[in-house]
Design a protein around this ligand. Sequence first.
Ligand code: SAH
Length: 210
Amino acid sequence: MNFRQRKESLINHLIAGGVLKTPRIIEAFKKIPRHLFVRKNYLGHAYDDIPLPTHQGQTISQPYTIAVMTEALEPRIGEKILEVGAGSGYQAALLGYCVGSKGRVITIELKSKLVEFSRKNIKKTKLKNVRVILGDGKEGYVKESPYDKCMITAACREIPKSVIEQVKIGGRIVAPINDFFNQKMMVIDKLSKKKLKKEDLGSFIFVPLR
Ligand code: SAH
């Protein structure tokens, strides 16, 4: 099977499982090939539904998890989205596709090697609306705030305060929050400056937010 067929079959598997639903998100999975974000030695596994190593002990998340988080965030055309943990750049690129050319994605990465890796990978797509920033995502990125939405792709004990502040009222944050042995995927709606509504989507496993 070639990449195109493997990608098609992974997407069909995620649709059949009821995970991928929204037409624009399905289109993003089709148009943004995961094999552009995977290191050479793992290319053969680019369309397996498993996480894969990026650099420095970090991973590109499992497609199933990425589908769950992207659907939960409900990205819309024209939105400005903050991601914490660029990693390979794949999730940021999917979001960049979903928000369209009038929308923007800012993604923060702590490790310089991964900033380089994700920038190089995103460049291979034709997206012009995704920017990778070297920094600590716990501080968010105030210069581009406020954001319509935020996705955190590393496990955290709680949502960093700065991130909550930098998301608009009415905005949404999707993040894996530490439990004892795994993480709970939380969807958090910012109803007002202080009031958050939280929904638990179940258990997942992530590398930690540092
Ligand atoms: N979204 C990525 C997967 C992220 S894995 C993808 O699509 O490939 C989690 C990433 O978060 C790792 O690359 C790790 O280096 C980064 N990270 C951990 N703590 C961080 C922090 N405080 N600020 C920014 N990035 C962080």
